[in-house]
Write a protein that binds this ligand. Structure first.
Ligand SMILES: Cc1cc2nc3c(=O)[nH]c(=O)nc-3n(C[C@H](O)[C@H](O)[C@H](O)COP(=O)(O)OP(=O)(O)OC[C@H]3O[C@@H](n4cnc5c(N)ncnc54)[C@H](O)[C@@H]3O)c2cc1C
Length: 479
């Protein structure tokens, strides 16, 4: 079956829905729901996934885009979770999504705020991370080993780093996603290729389905409902995480991420991660979210200031508010059951089946495949296949923009209009066209906010809006 998601396919599948006998109705089109849909469909089950907005509308597009080796879990004593994370990182980087993930050097500068004892701890952490890599048989050709580098090399990797007292840096490597929303779309399309119906703009509410574009109720028959609604599920402690976006030029175009400890806290850092399009993502806050859960969370001024001030401690020239060119916030769906700060709550997942409703909660982007496997194992004896199942686009690891984002489909995408959407903006009109042709985009926001990430930089989103509108109009005219 084709992996191409289009408005016409959605319509056809909605019309057939009442007569289908589904094994699973998956609710939620984030990484968890998409992962469950792929796992179940690839084991031969009849699956439909419903999402009230768009694929990757929720938390899955607001992550730090790291495919973690789980060092942080090791530091907090959860060896099992660290191993699981490192194992899934290996699966993603080697087999299922090598086109979307690149090794990223993560540098911790050894400056005036890290004494000899701190330096020894950082070194031990880097070696432990490498042990995790080795224990999951991820070769050094995929993730190079850690090393301590001198001042000159530190300045080459991190040109903006603070120089007084600098003694070098520890560098270790982790996986970095080109784009989290693209991972969700790739998983959902791979599920569609195995027969899953991917139905966006369909809301599930207490057993009832509504097409949010028409307001119509939809009839369906399903043996099991899978709730994969992330932070919108009961049983989670929501914790908010904020990033800001900076122009890479402001940090001298770093080629490694820079990590700076949060003063007065153990095992908490802020980090600035370089991205392919000349931007840097600076994160991360981790605070309980009080009050009702917003549809789309936003960064508060004090959170932006905290990130700028903390990173500035490690920079030669402190950042200013005017350096911020965008910001975003997400809500972690942490599993309830532990006391303490949200930053300390476990990132483990939980899977429970009760009265025909399977609830999948918690976890990380990195471990989505394992979460899905654990969930679907409760429903069938058929063996899980996803460890060796490449996602659409897997196979090419070219470094040009289209290969980085579309992998082996880059040549197909390039058959579209190969002009940038606006001057100084790296995204091509062909990418917007592909969003409609293959990736199930239905609105201008789907194109600007999720198929491309134009909206991450305020000025790019504004400049590209008229082009996205015209691509959508052309698409409607052709349909
Ligand atoms: C700031 C931050 C940074 C992070 N960084 C990383 C990282 O670097 N690496 C990593 O591995 N993990 C990271 N994570 C964790 C990871 O992003 C999340 O664990 C993961 O994205 C959760 O995915 P999900 O599918 O469970 O939830 P979501 O992505 O929120 O998906 C739930 C979906 O359900 C839909 N929905 C809700 N209610 C309904 C309904 N009634 N009907 C239909 N649809 C509905 C929503 O619209 C949404 O699209 C980070 C999280 C945060 C917040």
């Amino acid at each position: 079956m084709s992996s191409m998601l289009t408005a016409a396919r959605r319509q056809r599948e909605l019309e057939r829905l009442p007569s289908e006998h589904l094994d699973l109705l998956v609710v939620g089109g984030g990484i968890t729901g998409a992962g469950v849909a792929l796992d179940a469909a690839s084991r031969g089950l009849q699956v439909a996934l419903v999402e009230k907005d768009d694929l990757a509308f929720g938390t899955s597009r607001w992550s730090s885009k790291m495919v973690h080796g789980g060092l942080r879990y090791l530091a907090s004593g959860d060896v099992g979770l660290a191993f699981e994370s490192a194992q899934e990182r290996g699966v993603l980087m080697r087999r299922t999504a090598p086109h979307l993930i690149r090794p990223l050097p993560m540098a911790i500068p050894l400056g005036h705020d890290i004494d000899r004892k701190g330096q020894a701890l950082v070194g031990a952490g880097a070696r432990a991370a490498d042990l995790l890599r080795a224990s999951t048989r991820t070769p050094r050709s995929v993730l190079p080993g850690p090393r301590k580098v001198g001042v000159a090399e530190t300045l080459r990797l991190l040109p903006a780093v603070r120089r007084d007292g600098l003694r070098g840096a520890w560098v270790n490597w982790d996986g970095h996603l080109e784009d989290d929303a693209r991972l969700v779309v790739a998983v959902a399309r791979t599920a569609a290729a195995h027969g899953a119906r991917i139905l966006t703009r369909v809301r599930y509410d207490n057993g009832r389905l509504t097409d949010t574009l028409t307001g119509e109720s939809l009839a369906y028959q399903a043996k099991t409902i899978v709730l994969a609604t992330g932070a919108w599920s009961p049983g989670t402690t929501p914790s908010k995480g904020v990033h800001v976006v900076l122009d890479a030029a402001r940090l001298g175009h770093p080629t490694a991420s820079i990590t700076v400890p949060v003063p007065g806290e153990s095992n908490r850092y802020v980090f600035a991660l370089p991205h392919g399009d000349g931007i840097v993502h600076l994160g991360l806050t981790d605070d309980p979210l009080d009050g009702p859960l917003p549809e789309v969370p936003t960064a508060d001024e004090h959170e932006i200031r905290f990130l700028l001030d903390t990173l500035s401690r490690g920079l030669e020239v402190p950042l200013e508010r005017s350096d911020v060119i965008g910001s975003f916030a997400g809500v972690r769906p942490l599993v309830q059951g532990a006391e303490g700060r949200t930053a300390d709550l476990s990132r483990r997942h939980s899977v429970t089946l009760e009265d025909g409703v399977l609830t999948v909660l918690g976890g990380k982007l990195t471990t989505y495949r394992r979460m899905a496997q654990d969930a679907v194992d409760l429903l069938t004896d058929v063996r899980c296949r996803t460890r060796d199942l490449p996602l659409v686009g897997a196979g090419s690891t070219g470094r040009d923009r289209l290969s980085r984002r579309y992998g082996s489909e880059a040549a197909e995408v390039a058959r579209g209009t190969m002009v940038t959407v606006a001057e100084g903006v790296p995204v091509l009109r062909a990418e917007l066209e592909w969003g409609l042709r293959a990736e199930g985009a239905l609105t201008v926001e789907d194109l600007l906010e999720r198929r491309t990430r134009l909206s991450l930089v305020d000025a790019w989103g504004e400049a590209a809006r008229p082009v996205a509108e015209s691509v959508l109009e052309e698409g409607h005219a052709k349909a």
